[in-house]
Design a protein around this ligand. Structure first.
Ligand SMILES: Nc1ncnc2c1ncn2[C@@H]1O[C@H](COP(=O)(O)OP(=O)(O)OP(=O)(O)O)[C@@H](O)[C@H]1O
Ligand SMILES: [Mg+2]
Length: 371
């Protein structure tokens, strides 16, 4: 019989709500939904991860919490909206947002000093709890601390931060300028990384991981269109291609387009302006760069699949990561290159693309001669 229990009875006890107060719950939930809709308005795609965040935030609000109980780890490629989402979480919780870059924080003391500056900047009041277990303890005010590029945080600091992920003892011991302990019970920590494999496993397993995946053509076009509604959706798609589906890059191109529109001859079409801007950035309209062409030519000439190492060597790249994270995803998305168990190879579509580029270059050269 107990298996037949509805959510309701458990829900009320989980939220610590009496039967009498339960009648108001529906209205409360609806108003939280409105606030959540506003908080995530305009965030495109990654629906599954956004929904997980919404559930966490809604449950926290229903419980009357001013923080998220678990440390979040946003994991995903560059420009997938990690910083954007962290800011939205802080705004929803109505808390100050401290953003720290993983490269700039090497020690606990540095982190503590940044937190201190942020507290002063926001005119917040930390609470002095006096000596707890013989150590002066300062309770941090409610805030969201976002540590970006977390894989670049030194391993000792990553290990030191393990205690703040501990639900029962969220503290961090700081040795200088004076030995004290920071109690972070009311702090929501959000960590972000583009390279999850470089985060210590101990920490990773203690975080609630929110994966953000790359965006596709329509999603990036929508991100651009939302920010710049005067650029028609078809042109936003062209911008999305040129950006290789990287929102930050696409938004930057759109800003360049706005500048170009501002100074353009009034008779020129917006379409022409967009094309000119993209070409002036040194890539083809579909976002292919000279480096991609080089890669596809090498694969085409190889006539058999190539290993990652030999391709990285042939392209004189500094790291395999540059190939797998920056260059290749777009070429694979467009199905110009594919990876099989035998290695990387060019596809029929890829060969066709090389042919089109050759034709385009030949025509451009001829036009140049005519001029
Ligand atoms: N899903 C999205 N919807 C709307 N805008 C987005 C989305 N993803 C990214 N953006 C926008 O793209 C830009 C880059 O996003 P953001 O800086 O949050 O990425 P990131 O994951 O933090 O990247 P990095 O790893 O390089 O720090 C921002 O202007 C952001 O507002
Ligand atoms: Mg970021």
């Amino acid at each position: 019989m107990s298996k037949q229990k509805t959510v309701q009875s458990v829900q009320l006890s989980l939220l610590n709500i009496t039967e009498e107060a339960a009648s108001a719950l529906t209205d409360v939930k609806a108003s939280i939904d409105v606030a959540l809709d506003a908080a995530f308005d305009g965030f495109v795609g990654n629906e599954g991860s956004v929904n997980r965040l919404r559930t966490m935030l809604k449950a926290a609000k229903l419980r009357g919490d001013i923080k998220l109980s678990r440390v979040l780890m946003f994991s995903g490629p560059a420009s997938t909206g990690k910083t954007e989402l962290a800011g939205r979480v802080a705004r929803f919780l109505g808390l100050p947002f401290l953003s720290v870059d993983g490269t700039s924080v090497k020690t606990r003391e540095q982190l503590a000093s940044m937190i201190n500056d942020a507290i002063e900047g926001h005119k917040l009041q930390p609470e002095n709890l006096g000596k707890v277990g013989g150590v002066l303890t300062i309770k941090l005010p409610p805030m969201v601390i976002f540590i970006d590029e977390f894989h670049l945080v030194s391993v000792p600091l990553q290990e030191a931060l393990l205690t703040v992920t501990d639900t029962n003892n969220r503290t961090m011991l700081v040795e200088r300028p004076q030995r004290h302990r920071l109690a972070a019970d009311n702090v929501t920590f959000i960590l972000a990384t583009t390279m999850e494999s470089k985060v210590t496993n101990a920490l990773l397993t203690r975080c609630d991981k929110i994966e953000l995946r790359r965006y596709g053509r329509d999603e990036v076009a929508q991100i651009v269109h939302q920010a710049h509604p005067h650029i028609f959706i078809e042109l936003c798609q062209m911008i999305a291609d040129a950006s290789r589906y990287t929102p930050r890059e696409a938004l930057q191109i759109a800003v360049n387009v706005n500048d170009a529109i501002a100074v353009a001859d009034p008779d020129q079409t917006i379409d022409d302006v967009v094309r000119e801007v993209i070409r002036s950035r040194g890539s083809y309209l579909n976002g292919i760069t000279q480096r991609d062409v080089g890669l596809m030519r090498i694969l085409n000439e190889s006539r058999k699949p190539m290993s990652l190492t030999s391709l990285v060597g042939a392209l004189h790249l500094n790291s395999a990561n540059e190939l797998t994270e920056v260059i290749e995803p777009y070429l694979i998305y467009r199905r110009w290159v594919q990876i099989s168990s035998k290695g990387r190879e060019i596809t029929r579509e890829g060969i066709e693309m090389l042919r089109q580029i050759d034709t385009f270059e030949r025509e451009r050269e001829q036009q140049g001669k005519k001029l």
